[in-house]
Design a protein around this ligand. Structure first.
Ligand SMILES: [Cu+2]
Length: 152
């Protein structure tokens, strides 16, 4: 009796573990986390959005982001040119299979133009990440004050 229960319990644990694995990386799709938006110091200037992308089973490309609170979104890459920081639009961000790509200050980011001026630090705004060969990912980005750092 004790033994039968023991086996049953172990089988249940295995089934639960399999289910958990299925919920996480098992889908094979890319994931996104830690999205945040740094609000502009001057109203009317663009804001910058950052997020961490985790590659799934296959390499995909982030093609664009949709942010309902902004009129236009561009993917950018920051570059240091003779000590001067500049940035240039890019048409995609490669997310390698199983790899991590961080959009962060000084690197790749999304530029949000004509952001709703009613947005305030401490709030959130919705963004949708659009890939070439993966389902879109929708997530909430934390709004950070101008010059502020990535939220914990
Ligand atoms: Cu930019």
């Amino acid at each position: 009796m004790t033994m039968r229960c023991g086996i049953w319990c172990r089988l249940s644990a295995l089934a639960a573990a399999a289910l958990l694995a299925g919920c996480d990386g098992g889908s094979g799709q890319p994931r996104a986390e830690g999205a945040w938006v740094r609000l502009p110091a001057v109203a009317g200037r663009p804001a910058a959005a950052y997020v961490t992308l985790r590659g799934g089973r296959e390499a995909v490309k982030l093609k664009t982001m949709q942010v309902p609170a902004a009129r236009r979104v561009e993917l950018h890459r920051s570059m240091s040119d003779g000590g001067m920081m500049s940035m240039t639009p890019i048409d995609r961000i490669d997310v390698p299979a199983g790899g991590t790509v961080s959009l962060e200050p000084g690197g790749m980011h999304a530029m949000l133009f004509d952001l709703d001026p009613a947005l305030k630090a401490g709030g959130t705004t919705r963004m949708t990440l659009m890939f070439d060969r993966a389902p879109a990912i929708e997530l909430e980005a934390t709004l950070v004050a101008p010059g502020g750092a990535k939220p914990e």
